[in-house]
Design a protein around this ligand. Structure first.
Ligand code: RB5
Length: 154
């Protein structure tokens, strides 16, 4: 969509089977993809990939991020630790759309064990094709304020 051109992408072992197909989908719909994760069938740790994707988005090396683990939950927990990140686990097309429209999410987290490849691609499409609605900005400002206060206390 519009100005989003470059995506940071990461998966753990739970998404090894679908990761290339998801990347192909992203290329096919016109995005550049920087891939931060691959561990094959070996067991690996989602924080290692989530933090790299989150830092790439926070440092504006990518416009948005896509993270896939078994459920999306672990990836989102980690990504949300990085300043500037709003990562959302989405379980259908509507939550993917609202994550952009209402929550200004910059990372979409998905579960390879809770969705089919087609469902995952549809959620990505809705997430990327939906713009943030300015009327929600004051809530995002409150999130940023909380983030600032929390980081100050550490
Ligand atoms: C790995 O087995 C699994 O725990 C991970 O992919 C993810 O679902 C964590 O939230």
């Amino acid at each position: 969509m519009g100005n989003i051109k470059k995506l940071a992408f990461g998966t753990d072992h739970a998404a090894t089977e679908i990761r290339e197909a998801v990347k192909k989908y992203l290329y096919d719909i016109g995005y550049k993809v920087e891939d931060f994760g691959f561990c094959g069938q070996d067991s690996c740790d989602y924080p290692d990939f989530a933090v790299q994707v989150a830092e790439a988005v926070a440092n504006k090396k990518a416009d948005k991020g896509i993270l896939i683990c078994g459920t999306g939950i672990g990836m989102s927990v980690v990504a949300n630790k990085v300043k500037g990140i709003i990562a959302a686990v989405c379980w259908d097309e509507d939550t993917a759309r609202f994550a952009s429209q209402h929550n200004c999410a910059n990372i979409l987290c998905l579960g390879s064990r809770t969705a089919t490849l087609i469902e995952i691609c549809h959620r990505i499409k809705y997430f990327l094709n939906t713009a943030f609605e300015e009327r929600h900005q004051k809530r995002i400002d409150k999130i940023k304020k909380i983030e600032k206060q929390q980081h100050r206390c550490q």
